[in-house]
Design a protein around this ligand. Structure first.
Ligand SMILES: [Zn+2]
Length: 430
């Protein structure tokens, strides 16, 4: 059954991906025992952006196999595409989001230019590939930022990454990276004496993850590892309280001027720590009891370890980071009113502008539920189309009155988010 299932999925990938080559060809282009890591820079301001490769790196192991080369979903503001240079066939595609795109919406980006570290990973190519880094404009069209040939034998410099000497521990699941969805929790702001404390905190959020749907029913497909990366000092930076800490990944609160927005801009360092440890998604667990976190699709998620709401925040942020879900909350007076273009359909699976609702969750809305759906108790437990989402009170719609992607008080994920998460986990675990 498993083999037949894989063939069906490959067929689906084949038909979905524009210009995809014949089935089976992609497996001969990659060595799945090694990772091609692309460290690059995104720079610019509100109006314009550039990108340039900083360095190509090679690290041992790769968390996925040939079935994960061309996903059937199309998420992310950016994407990496690897092409066969002879035929232009798509060999590999991975969408992702960036902190840079968020920064571009800030007031500062109207005045100055900045550069951000980015990393995206792929299986190691056996022969030459054309590398494209593309940006998705608000109308959904892609523009190419990087287009260059990569030769595994000739392109320099390629640095061999030495994996972190500390051993990752499996705290849930089995060691089978090809067929499991692999989550990796890295310690941030934990000293060398705080390993037990880190493992306790990592298990705490993992236990919560598996207590809610759809993760409860997917626990056999997920492996969670915890790696005690060591910081010189405990804690994290808290600029509002004038606290600075020497930590492994330079995390900090007050990202983009939002006190509770906990992030790290040291992307390359984070991926250095993760090198050689299976990771379909990285979670940075920060040794603090202050509320906060962040999650960026196929980049990493980050969360404070010991606030009473940390488990809920963790699950919300991995909704972004792992599953590409959008925020279902909104502001009546949005600080970022133009984050989404209301004239086109956003790529996030749980948000719609109703421009092309047929490709979203229309099939899940019962005939008896009006579109848009009134935000009244009558529709509390149904899948509908509720106005107010994606930071905007008007013009963007969410699937449910409440959801983990809207608030920590929600009972769990809405039906659309549950299905989206299930799809991602099944993709990594196929
Ligand atoms: Zn939802």
């Amino acid at each position: 059954m498993k083999i037949r299932f894989r063939i069906l999925l490959l067929l689906f990938s084949y038909f979905f991906t524009t210009g995809a080559s014949t089935i089976g060809q992609t497996q001969h282009h990659f060595n799945y025992r090694q990772t091609l890591r692309i460290d690059f820079v995104l720079s610019g301001d509100h109006e314009q952006q550039q990108s340039a490769i900083a360095v190509y790196k090679k690290s041992p192991g790769y968390s996925a196999g040939q079935n994960q080369n061309t996903p059937s979903f199309d998420y992310g503001t950016y994407r990496l595409v690897l092409l066969n240079p002879q035929t232009d066939d798509t060999l590999f595609l991975k969408g992702f989001c960036t902190l840079f795109e968020e920064w571009r919406t800030t007031e500062q980006a109207g005045k100055v230019s900045r550069a951000f570290e980015q990393t995206v990973e792929a299986p190691w190519p056996i022969s030459k590939v054309r590398i494209l880094i593309e940006f998705r404009k608000k109308d959904g069209q892609f523009v190419t930022l990087i287009n260059e040939l990569f030769s595994p034998k000739e392109t320099v410099p390629v640095t061999q990454i030495i994996p972190d000497e500390n051993q990752a521990e499996i705290i849930h699941g089995i060691n089978n990276p090809d067929e499991q969805a692999d989550l990796l929790i890295l310690a941030e702001g934990y000293t060398k004496d705080e390993k037990e404390s880190f493992l306790h905190d990592a298990k705490n959020i993992t236990d919560y993850l598996f207590s809610i749907a759809p993760y409860t029913n997917l626990k056999d497909k997920i492996t969670v590892r915890a790696l005690h990366t060591i910081s010189a000092e405990a804690g994290t930076d808290d600029p509002v309280r004038n606290i600075r800490r020497e930590t492994a990944m330079n995390s900090s609160f007050n990202t983009f001027g939002s006190d509770r927005y906990l992030e790290s801009f040291s992307t390359w360092t984070i991926y250095d720590y993760a090198a050689g440890v299976p990771h379909d998604h990285i979670i940075v667990l920060v040794n603090t009891s202050k509320y906060g976190g962040g999650g960026v699709y196929n980049h990493f998620s980050i969360v404070s370890a010991r606030h009473p709401s940390s488990p809920e925040v963790f699950v919300h942020e991995t909704g972004h980071g792992l599953a590409g879900l959008g925020d279902e909350y909104y502001y009546n007076d949005s600080p970022i009113p133009d984050f989404f273009d209301k004239e086109s359909e956003p790529w996030a699976p749980n948000l719609t502008t109703l421009v092309n609702f047929d490709i979203k969750w229309k099939h899940l809305v019962p005939d008896t539920v009006p579109i848009p759906t009134p935000p009244t108790p009558k529709y509390k437990n149904v899948t509908g189309v509720f106005e107010g989402a994606g930071y905007s009170a008007k013009g963007i719609y969410r699937p449910a009155l409440n959801c983990r992607m809207k608030s920590n008080e929600a009972e769990g994920f809405c039906e659309v988010c549950r299905q989206s998460i299930k799809r991602i986990i099944n993709f990594y675990a196929q």
